[in-house]
Design a protein around this ligand. Structure first.
Ligand code: C2E
Ligand code: MG
Ligand code: MG
Ligand code: MG
Length: 280
């Protein structure tokens, strides 16, 4: 009996596994046709100066306008896209949207000083990256690349080191995303000299009722200050959070308390109405 049960369990797992494989395969096929049909677009989430509440930039976040399922967020497809080796392509598409939209906003008289785009490890590792960026004529100071801390694992990687230097030459600013969850050391920060750190929302969330977490956040801000690096808090979900973060010396705030990621058209309405000024 025990043996029988074991076999059943095995069959159960293998069925589940197979369903998973079939699902992943379907998502993979759909991503490829989605790329062909240009279904991947950028959404934008505004970022604000903590003290003045002026808009200082937007983070561009990929969305998939799926013909049947509607708007899909990254966790529905990023892992599969990574496996398919198309993340660098998706990053490029989002950057191209951001550049076109910065132009468009300028011609509309809407002030969006900067757009930050997320950059996958693969893309940063591409030795043709700089060449392809040069063709895009990126206006200096208007685009930032958000890199996750785990790129530090490869801090001695020659291609990455070279690319990061060259990005700065092109006037692209470097930001460390999800700071506090990964592997960054003080030394690697000194080497990389990013323009900004983005404190991960896992560290931001508990500051309302946890003094220890508040002190931790204050120390990160101090490290940033002493190195001339601006500090952004992500995942700011309430005005109570915003007030504490501002008091702790965070420079820039981004989160649902101010605005969710939104389509280009919605952002234009949002900017026109200056809605956040009335909310805060
Ligand atoms: P991330 O870069 O850390 O982006 C912040 C995520 O937090 C976004 O999720 C955003 O919608 C969400 N968020 C913003 N404010 C709040 C808040 O107040 N509360 C909470 N709970 N969440 C908030 P999203 O758009 O689903 O993106 C998830 C992740 O996918 C991103 O995390 C980033 O790592 C990745 N990603 C998104 N777009 C791209 C892209 O174009 N290229 C690459 N390589 N990765 C991307
Ligand atoms: Mg990001
Ligand atoms: Mg982040
Ligand atoms: Mg994050």
């Amino acid at each position: 009996r025990a043996k029988g049960r074991g076999r059943n369990r095995f069959e159960y797992f293998s069925e589940a596994l197979q369903a998973e494989v079939v699902h992943t395969k379907r998502v993979a096929d759909e991503i490829l046709s989605g790329l062909e049909r240009e279904e991947f677009i950028a959404f934008y989430q505004p970022q604000f100066d903590a003290r003045s509440h002026d808009l200082v930039g937007v983070e561009a976040l990929v969305r998939w306008r799926h013909p049947v399922l509607g708007l899909r967020a990254p966790d529905a497809f990023l892992a599969t896209a990574e496996d398919l080796n198309v993340m660098a392509t998706i990053d490029r598409i989002v950057l191209e949207h951001a550049l076109a939209d910065l132009d468009r906003w300028e011609s509309m008289g809407l002030k969006v000083p900067r757009a930050s785009v997320n950059v996958s490890h693969r893309r940063l590792h591409d030795d043709a990256l700089i060449e392809s960026l040069e063709k895009l004529h990126i206006p200096p100071g208007r685009i930032a690349f958000e890199l996750v801390e785990s790129i530090y694992l490869d801090e001695d990687d020659a291609v990455i080191a070279h690319n990061i230097d060259q990005l700065k030459e092109l006037g692209i600013e470097i930001e460390i995303d999800d700071f506090g969850t990964g592997y960054a050391s003080i030394v690697s920060l000194q080497k990389l000299r990013p323009a900004r750190l983005k404190i991960d929302r896992q560290l931001v969330d508990p500051i309302l009722d946890d003094i220890g977490q508040r002190q931790l956040l204050a120390s990160i801000v101090d490290i940033g200050k002493s190195m001339g690096i601006e500090v952004i808090a992500e995942g700011v979900e309430s005005m109570a959070h915003a007030a504490i973060l501002t008091e702790l010396g965070c420079d820039i705030l981004q989160g649902y308390a101010f605005a969710r990621p939104m389509s280009r058209d919605d952002l234009e309405v949002f900017l026109g109405e200056q809605r956040w000024r009335r909310a805060s």
